[in-house]
Design a protein around this ligand. Structure first.
Ligand code: 5GP
Ligand code: MG
Length: 178
């Protein structure tokens, strides 16, 4: 499949992403004002660019941790079964937690991850997704904050891959086979 030729059409510019992150961070700061216990949890690997920009814009004392859940493999279809491939390094009991996801698609990944983290009895547990594809939802859930709602297109860039490529694009683009 990856042998097929494709081009990437820009959908969301680097500038729009940066502007949106500024606004989101103002809201997140309001929510977590006064806390000295916030752990920002990035879901690997797709959120690594987003979390890097997000935490540098956040004017709060934070720690960063990562968790990896399996989802797509190398294909373009979501697997409904979610497995934890890499767990957090730190305990989150009593800590406020912000889960950072790249895309909420069917919703299975975020649903599974937040249920797991909730079972560890954190303080406040909130989530943020850069992108949301509401038309694809199979589990009734929404991240507490969303960067952009997008249509049902396969996107890449800004940390998000197609068969492990294109994560280093500075913008979000959609894949078009040619
Ligand atoms: P969900 O469990 O919500 O169906 O899937 C969420 C995960 O699927 C996201 O974290 C992301 O890794 C992957 N995903 C969803 N849509 C896309 C897409 O358009 N492109 C890529 N590369 N991954 C996607
Ligand atoms: Mg992901």
């Amino acid at each position: 499949m990856t042998d097929r030729r494709y081009v990437i059409d820009e959908m969301i510019s680097a500038k729009s992403i940066a502007a949106r992150i500024e606004d989101l961070c103002k809201e997140i700061q309001k929510e977590f004002k006064g806390t000295d216990k916030l752990v920002v949890v990035g879901l690997l690997r797709g959120s690594f660019v987003f979390i890097a920009d997000l935490v540098r814009e956040l004017d709060l004392p934070i720690e960063v941790d990562f968790l990896e859940a399996s989802s797509y493999g190398d294909g373009m279809e979501s697997s409904r079964e979610v497995r934890i491939l890499k767990d957090l390094r730190g305990a989150i009991e009593g800590r406020d937690v912000l889960v950072v996801e790249d895309i909420v698609d069917t919703g299975h990944t975020l649903h599974h991850v937040t249920a797991l983290l909730k079972s560890r009895e954190p303080g406040r547990l909130k989530s943020i997704a850069l992108l949301d594809k509401p038309s694809r939802r199979e589990v009734d859930l929404k991240a507490d904050w969303t960067g952009f709602e997008i249509p049902d297109e396969f996107v890449v860039g800004y940390g998000i891959d197609f068969a492990q490529r294109n994560r280093n694009l500075p913008f979000i683009g959609k894949v078009r086979f040619v």
